[in-house]
Design a protein around this ligand. Structure first.
Ligand code: ATP
Ligand code: MG
Length: 419
């Protein structure tokens, strides 16, 4: 679990602000659910045989003897809230997004943490491929706006309850014939949840899975039509994708569409999936709610931030101005000037310890401020001061009443006043 401090947090804020703004354009409203839920919620939706529920949850008993779990993902909590608040009775289509920490007891490495952050979205109420396409368009626009290159969208369909059983049978038959070569986990999965074998990180198991039956060849007519419709719409939207029949995703609740966005960047190592999503038309009903189709995704924020860090782009903003104090008698006036300029919307740094002008100028340099203004007895008496450009150049004379206006008039100007 990580601490996030200024210097890095600006990247997080940038990504979060972009998500809020962009998802808003698509009509998604933010939901915030509790960090803990009844353990049963995840067992019933994510699935007992998944890595998440089987090995990774932080589960504990509270003082009332209930089994609670720190949320390992956001889809089930959002579905629970949707059911609990009878949202179906309020509108036929609901678009929600969430962001916040998730918890999984995993082996920590780059891009894989025990408290990590997701930004996710869920669209409830439409079973049509247009909804899947719209959702993926939002993911693509989001990653584009972050200027992330080298990402690829992987797409698959897992069929539904009509066609998956036949695939399932063939898969089990095939995997049984390879049983001896599977890892111990997969030998168990073979009996409890054979689809999970395709998701195994073990290279040997991956090679076996790759040579096995292809789920797309088993799709029934309606699932095939849904998948084709989706691909047509993605193409019309100009979204490039790779069809990947071995991709199943690590959660049990998916039906038909599943997708992943992979970023191939050395900074991520093996943790290269930055977004995973899919359709889960049966989950609501399975949780005791209405029969509502849904499709959603979750983006791994930690991994996005790692990529943005690597990009070398600058996300922090420096002060517009450093106010320095020439003599002790001017400190209160300098504090007041800084206060007024901040009220006027400027980013102002000020050394509250006072001290020598030389040490203050050192700090001004370090702060990255664009200008420094020295306030002493002369400036207070005349009401006139100078804006010293820290990058070099001639000082600009300024009336103490006009500092904000003058600063804003400088090229590469400062932000446009208070929000
Ligand atoms: P992986 O195959 O990498 O374990 P997953 O299938 O468990 O991923 P999901 O449950 O689909 O992942 O979560 C969606 C996204 O959340 C992932 O693609 C990833 O970016 C991020 N994520 C998942 N687990 C972690 C973690 N422990 N630390 C950081 N990010 C994570
Ligand atoms: Mg995982």
């Amino acid at each position: 679990m990580n601490d996030l401090l200024p210097g890095e947090i600006e990247i997080w804020q940038h990504v979060e602000a972009l998500a809020r703004e962009l998802f808003g354009r698509f009509g998604y409203g933010e939901v915030r659910t509790p960090m803990v839920e009844d353990t049963a919620l995840f067992v019933r939706s994510v699935g007992e045989e998944t890595d998440i529920v089987g090995k990774e949850m932080y589960t504990f008993e509270d003082k009332g003897g209930r089994s609670l779990s720190l949320r390992p993902e956001g889809t089930a909590p959002a579905a629970r809230a949707y059911i609990e608040h009878s949202v179906i009775n309020q509108e036929p289509i609901t678009r929600w997004f969430y962001m916040g920490p998730m918890f999984r007891y995993e082996r920590m490495k780059t891009g894989r943490y025990r408290q990590f952050y997701q930004i996710g979205a869920e669209a409830y109420g439409a079973k049509e491929a247009a909804q899947d396409a719209e959702l993926m368009d939002m993911v693509v626009q989001f990653l584009e706006a972050l200027e992330l290159k080298d990402v690829s969208l992987n797409l698959n369909s897992l069929g539904d309850e009509a066609c998956r059983p036949a695939y399932h049978t063939k898969l089990v038959e095939y995997l049984r014939s390879k049983r001896e070569s599977l890892c111990a986990d997969c030998q168990r999965r073979l009996e409890t949840n054979p689809l999970r074998v395709l998701d195994c990180k073990n290279e040997g198991c991956q090679a076996i899975a790759a040579a096995g039956p292809n789920v797309l060849e088993f799709l029934c007519e309606p699932c095939r039509a849904h998948f084709d419709d989706l691909k047509r719409k993605l193409t019309a939207l100009g979204i490039k994708f790779v069809e990947n029949p071995r991709m199943v995703r690590g959660l049990d609740y998916y039906t038909r569409t599943v997708f992943e966005v992979i970023a191939s960047h050395p900074a991520l190592g093996t943790a290269s999936t930055v977004c995973g999503g899919g359709r889960y038309d049966k989950m609501m009903k399975g949780l005791g709610g209405p029969d509502v189709p849904a499709v959603g995704f979750a983006i791994g924020l930690d991994r996005l931030v790692l990529l943005l860090k690597e990009s070398g782009r600058k996300f922090t903003s420096s002060p517009d101005l450093f106010v320095a104090v020439a003599d002790e008698g001017s400190q209160t006036d300098a504090l007041t000037l800084a206060s007024r300029l901040r009220r006027e919307g400027l980013r102002v740094d000020f050394d509250t310890r006072g001290g020598s002008l030389k040490s203050q100028m050192k700090r001004a340099d370090k702060s990255g401020a664009r200008f420094t203004l020295v306030l002493g007895e002369a400036e207070r008496t005349s009401g006139q001061a100078k804006l010293k450009p820290m990058a070099g150049g001639e000082p600009i004379p300024v009336a103490l009443d006009d500092v904000a206006k003058t600063l804003r008039a400088q090229p590469a100007a400062t932000p446009a006043g208070p929000a």
